[in-house]
Every structure is written in structure tokens, then in C-alpha cells.
Ligand binder design. Structure first.
Ligand SMILES: Cc1cc2nc3c(=O)[nH]c(=O)nc-3n(C[C@H](O)[C@H](O)[C@H](O)COP(=O)(O)OP(=O)(O)OC[C@H]3O[C@@H](n4cnc5c(N)ncnc54)[C@H](O)[C@@H]3O)c2cc1C
Length: 498
């Protein structure tokens, strides 16, 4: 068995196949395994930064449960805060009483706590939708009344849902901010499922922080794989998948080495790479090629990591205890950010996901000091008329705007910065071929690229039109995130077919 890529999906796929007794070789382009599970000293010695994923919402996903990964998970007291300079804040916590007390205003607090209790009741059935589609059993398990309530919420844009559910701006900015982890803007039709899942999962499972860094999750998966006879080969970029008589027969590495695929190949590359670059021309039906060409990329991601002499001096006291702080002061501001990025402009007031892993895991920084993780979105390539010189000319300015937004909420932040590392969309893609244009979502997460439409309705169950070739990256259902479900589902399909 060959698996291409050693991110969370490649490794869960490989572990499942190896545990089934198959001989598994994982081919990884980078010099280190793990893909999005990476932790490095990006700024200064002794400061450990997660280069991609920082938080795990699904540490109880099917693969993580089945593999019983020995990861030491940490949880902050608060998962997410949404502060603004006017002193208003909404906080999302596994402690519902805390969220109820701090969610904009008392009435919004009660409304949020009621939503969270409803979610906790339906969550087991909702999580079953992360398995292979179509998901008939969970649809029946939810029942008509709860199903209707969910359907009404899911059919909304996050902005519309927020406006009709909450009265205060602090409460209203929470759900739309979660959609902007990927490319789901506040006014986007059917934007709510992802916003619902990220916000309300934070009240049940939390945003977990692996002690030692996200790389610890990769090491645990790798240990499971090798314990079952599997192997990862790094520095092995697959350039081509050979197809003979409609069956995937081998891969060819950059450099020319050919490796025979005796049973099957599970690619955890981006869908566009597999279907439009790696597979030989003419081996795929033109309908599939056309459909994958229409699989829109998500936005670019722009990341800044900081080494700090102390914790961030947030004016809002709750934010000093939160794993993640979202910066975006109103639904209107988030909508403006969305339209700027979509138009090719660099955002002047960037929305931010700010991660404070070292609050939970002191091993990330020297004693008393801290790391800080911040990302925003930006066009993969800025509009050349407005931004001549491209990223080389603009990356420092956007990083300054990121710092200014934190400073606005945490006066004195700049004085604590010992070092910063910037990665623009091009840097991200150069580090990991799956991050095309710096898109962290494996392709757009708009509704028309979700569920059975992901990456194309012609290949949504991990099989491709080529016998023995499967796709199991975040370009497939259920999409991005460190849950390993895409790879796990794909290898389940391989085992069923074998
Ligand atoms: C800045 C950033 C922040 C994020 N934050 C979070 C977060 O907090 N929580 C969360 O859950 N998710 C987060 N994510 C998303 C998460 O990292 C991804 O959804 C997840 O890693 C996808 O897993 P994957 O296995 O499909 O792909 P990846 O993890 O991207 O791994 C793919 C691997 O395949 C390799 N590869 C690609 N092409 C080839 C080839 N031709 N030959 C050989 N190898 C190849 C790549 O080198 C890479 O190692 C974030 C991502 C980014 C970039």
C-alpha cells in the first residue's frame, strides 16, 4: 500500500491500513513527517511554534479514539474570547455558567447557554456526519423536531443567524468569526454548519492543546504506524501516478524513482494536485477533470508567530485566560474584511485568530515567557495595481497591521515582542504543497464544496475513477482540521474494496 503525504490524514489512513495487516509505505515530500502537525523554533531558541494547526476540536474523532493516541492534551479555562476596544466581550467555554455570565449581555448569555445545551444533546448524531456519506443513520437519529431546528440554523448565513439570535454586538460577532477560520464570510449562504460546529464544539470538547506542540500528535501517529510495521519515507515527492489499463500501478518520484503499488494508493494531496497534475493526462474522464477545475481554492493565509517576554497584556481580563482570542469587532467589520480579501486587497483591519498555546503548555517557551500564534487571511496574490511588488513588498506591512490589531486590545503588547516570524501564502505553499496559494482548507469550504459536493460529486466517497487510487486529504469530506477523518474514511473504503 502506498500513501502519499504524512499529514494527519495520511497518517490515520496509513495506521488503519497497517493495523489491518497491510504493508504500508508513506511517501512524504518534506524532510520531516507530519504536514500540518508541525512545531518548530520559528522565532528564537526555546520558543516552540505550531507552524499550521494549533488547536484540536476533534481529539475524540473516530481515528484518535480507535488508535488511543497517547497525547497529553491541555485545555484552557476559556476556549475563545471575542473582545473589542469598547470593553465588550463574549467568551466560549466548556464551563457553560462562565459563558452564560460573559456573552455580551445577560439575555444573550442565556440564549447561548440554551444553544450549547441543545448542541450537546444532538452532538453524537451530528458527529456521525463526519463519517462516509451519505449518512442515513445519523439523519434518522436526530429526529424531526431537532432536525428542523438544525436545518433552519444551518441554512442561514452566520451573520443572519447571529442577528436573529443575539442582541449585543459582542455575542453577534462570535459565530461569524469562527467561519473565517476558513473562507466562510458572514453573509455567505449556508455558512452556519461550520460556524456552529466550531463554536459549539468548543463548549463540549474544547480547543485542545497538545503538550509539547502539535508535532506531538504527529509523533504519536507515527509511533502507532511503525509499531504495526508501516514506514514513512521523507524527501520523497511524488511527481506522477502511473495508470495502466484503468488501474493505478505505481508512483514516480521527483528524481525518477518508480515505486510499484501492489494493492492501492491513498493520496492525501490536494484534490487539484492529484487530478490535475499527478495523474497522467487522459486517464480521467473529462467530466471529472472539469469538475475538479471548478473546485474553488480558499483564501490565502498569512501567519505571524511571536516570541514574547511575558503574556499578552489584554485589557479584557477573560482574554488572559483564553486559548484563542478572535479579533474582529463587529459583524460589519468581518463582512468588510471578507469583501476586501475577495477583491484581492490586503485587509487594512485584518481579522485575527490569536492562539495562546503557552498559557496551557508552558513547555512552549522559556520560563515566564510566551509564544503567540496569529493568522489572518489575505489574497493568495495581492492585486498588483493596489499592491505593486507583491508579498515581498507588503508582508512586513501586513504583519505590522496584525501587531497593531493586537496592540489595540492589549496596550503594551509591542514592548513584549522579542521576535516575530512571518509566513505569507507563498511561504506556506513552499513548505507544504497542499497549501495551494496559502489556502489552509484544502479547497474552499463554501456550501457548494461541502458534503457530497467535496471535492466533486463524481468522487465524494474517496474512490477516484481510477481503480486502486483513493483521495483522503482535507479536500474530501469532512474537510479541514486535525481529526484524521478524511484519511480514515478513505482507508475504510480501500479495505472494503479489497
Ligand atoms: C496556518 C494554519 C493554521 C491551522 N490551524 C488549525 C487549527 O488550529 N486546528 C485544526 O484542526 N486545523 C488547523 N489547520 C488546518 C490543518 O492543518 C489541516 O486541515 C490538516 O493538516 C490537513 O491534513 P492533511 O493530512 O489533509 O494535509 P496536510 O496536513 O497538509 O499534509 C499533507 C502532506 O502531504 C505532503 N505532500 C503533498 N503533496 C505531496 C506529494 N506530491 N508527494 C509527497 N508528499 C506530498 C505534504 O508535504 C504534507 O506533509 C491550520 C492550517 C494552517 C495552514
Amino acid at each position: 500500500m502506498l500513501v502519499i503525504g504524512s499529514g494527519p490524514n495520511g497518517l490515520t489512513a496509513a495506521c488503519r491500513l497497517a493495523r489491518a495487516g497491510l504493508s504500508v509505505l508513506v511517501l512524504e515530500a518534506a524532510e520531516h513527517p507530519g504536514g500540518g502537525l508541525a512545531t518548530v523554533e520559528a522565532t528564537l531558541p526555546g520558543f516552540l511554534h505550531d507552524t499550521c494547526a494549533g488547536f484540536v476540536t476533534f481529539r475524540d474523532s473516530v481515528p484518535f479514539r480507535e488508535l488511543a493516541l497517547p497525547v497529553d492534551w491541555g485545555l484552557a479555562e476559556i476556549m475563545s474570547t471575542h473582545p473589542a476596544p469598547d470593553g465588550s466581550v463574549a467568551a466560549v467555554s466548556t464551563d457553560l455558567a462562565l459563558s452564560e455570565r460573559h456573552f455580551g449581555d445577560p439575555e444573550d448569555g442565556r440564549a447561548f447557554a440554551e444553544l450549547a445545551r441543545f448542541h450537546a444533546r444532538v452532538e453524537p448524531a451530528v458527529l456521525d456526519f463526519l463519517g462516509p456519506l451519505p449518512a442515513v443513520r445519523p439523519a434518522f437519529a436526530i429526529g424531526p423536531a431537532d432536525g428542523l431546528r438544525l436545518a433552519r440554523a444551518y441554512a442561514s448565513s452566520s451573520g443572519a443567524f447571529a442577528r436573529r439570535t443575539f442582541r449585543s454586538e459582542a455575542a453577534r460577532r462570535v459565530f461569524p468569526a469562527m467561519g473565517l477560520h476558513v473562507d466562510v464570510g458572514p453573509d455567505d449562504a449556508f455558512g452556519m454548519p461550520l460556524c456552529w460546529m466550531l463554536t459549539l464544539r468548543a463548549t463540549t470538547a474544547g480547543f485542545a492543546v497538545p503538550r509539547g506542540g502539535m508535532a506531538a500528535v504527529g509523533r504519536a501517529l507515527l509511533a502507532d504506524l511503525t509499531a504495526h510495521g508501516g514506514e514513512v519515507r521523507c524527501g520523497a515527492r511524488v511527481a506522477r501516478v502511473e495508470v495502466r489499463r484503468g488501474t493505478a500501478s505505481a508512483v514516480v518520484l521527483v528524481g525518477g524513482e518508480r515505486i510499484e503499488a501492489r494493492r492501492a494508493i491513498v493520496a492525501t494531496t490536494h484534490a487539484r494536485s492529484l487530478f490535475l497534475e499527478l495523474v497522467e493526462q487522459g486517464a480521467l474522464p473529462s467530466t471529472v477533470v472539469g469538475s475538479v477545475r471548478r473546485f474553488r481554492p480558499g483564501w490565502g493565509t498569512f501567519k505571524v508567530d511571536y516570541a514574547l517576554s511575558g503574556p499578552v497584556p489584554w485589557a479584557d481580563e477573560l482574554s488572559r485566560r483564553s486559548a484563542v482570542v478572535h479579533v474582529g469587532h463587529s459583524v460589519d467589520e468581518l463582512a468588510r474584511f471578507t469583501s476586501q480579501v475577495r477583491s484581492g486587497a490586503l485587509p487594512d483591519r485584518p481579522y485575527l485568530v490569536v492562539g495562546q498555546q503557552s498559557l496551557v503548555d508552558p513547555s512552549r517557551a522559556p520560563e515566564g515567557q510566551h509564544t503567540l500564534y496569529a493568522y489572518t487571511h489575505a489574497p493568495s496574490t495581492p492585486d498588483p495595481t493596489a499592491h505593486p511588488g507583491g508579498w515581498a513588498a507588503w508582508r512586513d506591512r501586513l504583519a505590522d497591521a496584525v501587531g497593531a490589531r493586537i496592540e489595540e486590545l492589549a496596550p503594551g503588547f509591542g514592548e513584549r515582542v522579542l521576535g516575530r516570524a512571518i509566513r505569507d501564502p507563498g511561504d506556506l505553499e513552499r513548505g507544504n504543497a497542499n497549501l495551494i496559494g496559502g489556502d489552509l482548507g484544502g479547497g474552499s469550504n463554501a456550501w457548494h464544496h461541502s458534503l457530497v459536493l467535496r471535492p466533486t460529486p463524481l468522487a465524494f466517497r474517496y474512490r477516484t475513477p481510477i481503480r486502486g487510487l483513493y483521495l483522503g486529504s482535507s479536500s474530501t469530506h469532512p474537510g479541514p482540521g486535525v481529526h484524521g477523518m478524511c484519511g480514515w474514511n478513505a482507508s475504510g473504503q480501500v479495505l472494503a474494496d479489497l
